[in-house]
Design a protein around this ligand. Structure first.
Ligand code: FES
Ligand SMILES: [Fe+2]
Length: 375
């Protein structure tokens, strides 16, 4: 099924990769308003554990409090703004103490201890809790929204509702993490993920396991895009040897066993559902021409605990594929910033890129695009 067509649609123009105005508008209208894939519950198993979600000027502490509840707070002190947590992840005690003047907050965000401020007339610690940030736990994946008035998660990412439940992703654990910095604009990384037109040339090994035409798009418009590819070996997986490196995940049905399902989640990452593991890619824009990609491989805890568990065949396969992709993205970036660049036509195999661009333009807002045209 190659549903919606990309016929007649062209790639994005140079300004979307070089303009400071568009870069700023992307933050204001997209990154600071969207539900951003931030991590997985398995990163917060113990009370007091936390990780940071950081993007642009923003830093958010995502934590599990002493009662076991998940919550998120903006990572700055209400006194004079000092960053509270400086390590990317860790374990807090029962409180978060500011490193500057020792204001101390509970894991519920309440200001609990304030040296010397009792001398200040009218000061009430209850007026200065940490600013909370919106957090959603969807099937174990944690999403942060930096907006003060976020769109409800279910309205923002409707393609996710009820889908992928059989993978029981909340039970999985991140076994391996790899981080990459790619010399390419974040949109090129989404574009690259959204087609397999490049697979025969760029990924001969991947293309052997899942020939590039073995695909269909079951979500083809909106913020969640993607669909399955089917494997030549229906008992295999996407690994170096093509074999599964763990037992099939418990809820995966017979019809799903021979497939790998790839979805992009606008604007923050990708989820890939394999028969034996799930992979999460998070794309974090660092600058117009640089993007950090954090990649995690999630397995069932029983597989991880089993003697001889070895995720290397899956990790090496995707690490190789990732590096091939990042090289292609960086190479494409060099071309789209050229003064001579003109948008090229999408092929039939690039309908998901055309859909991504439509979603991007909707999110960015017509007024930004119109002002670029006028200017
Ligand atoms: S800035 Fe945090 S206590 Fe002063
Ligand atoms: Fe690729």
């Amino acid at each position: 099924m190659q549903a919606r067509t990309s016929f007649g649609q062209h790639t994005l123009g140079r300004e979307y990769f070089v303009s400071d105005e568009i870069w700023n508008a992307e933050h204001e209208k997209i990154f600071y308003r969207s539900w951003m894939l931030a991590g997985h519950v398995s990163q917060l198993e113990q009370p007091g554990s936390y990780f940071l979600f950081e993007l642009g000027s923003e830093s958010v502490i995502v934590l599990r409090d002493q009662e076991g509840e998940l919550c998120a707070f903006h990572n700055h002190c209400r006194h004079r703004g000092s960053k509270l947590c400086r390590e990317a992840q860790g374990t807090l005690g029962k409180t978060i103490q500011c490193p500057y003047h020792a204001w101390t907050f509970g894991l519920d965000g309440a200001l609990r201890a304030v040296p010397t401020m009792s001398e200040v007339p009218g000061f009430d610690a209850a007026d200065y809790p940490l600013h909370s940030a919106a957090l959603t736990n969807w099937e174990g994946f944690l999403f942060v929204n930096l907006s003060r008035d976020p769109q409800p998660f279910a309205d923002a990412l409707p393609g996710l509702a009820g889908r992928f439940r059989q993978w029981r992703t909340a039970e999985l654990r991140a076994a391996v993490r790899r981080e990459y910095e790619v010399d390419a604009n974040w949109k090129l990384i989404f574009h690259n993920f959204s087609e397999c037109y490049h697979c025969p040339l760029a990924h001969p090994h991947l293309n052997k396991l899942t020939p590039f035409r073995n695909s269909e798009n079951d979500l083809d418009e909106g913020p969640v895009l993607g669909g399955p590819m089917w494997m030549n070996n229906r008992d295999g997986s996407m690994t170096m040897g093509g074999e599964r490196c763990a037992p099939t995940l418990p809820g995966v049905t017979d019809s799903e066993r021979g497939k790998v399902y790839y979805y992009s989640l606008f604007p923050s990452g990708f989820l890939s559902f394999h028969p034996d593991y799930v992979m999460m890619h998070r794309a974090l824009p660092l600058s117009k021409d640089r993007t950090r990609v954090v990649c995690e491989w999630l397995f069932h805890p029983d597989s991880i605990a089993a003697p001889g568990f070895d995720p290397a065949p899956a990790v090496e396969f995707w690490d190789l594929t990732n590096r091939q992709d990042w090289d292609l993205c960086a190479n494409a970036h060099r071309g789209v910033v050229s003064l001579a660049w003109e948008p090229g036509p999408y092929s039939e195999l690039e309908s998901q890129l055309a859909a991504f661009d439509r979603q991007y333009r909707r999110a960015l807002g017509e007024e930004v695009i119109a002002s670029r045209r006028a200017g």
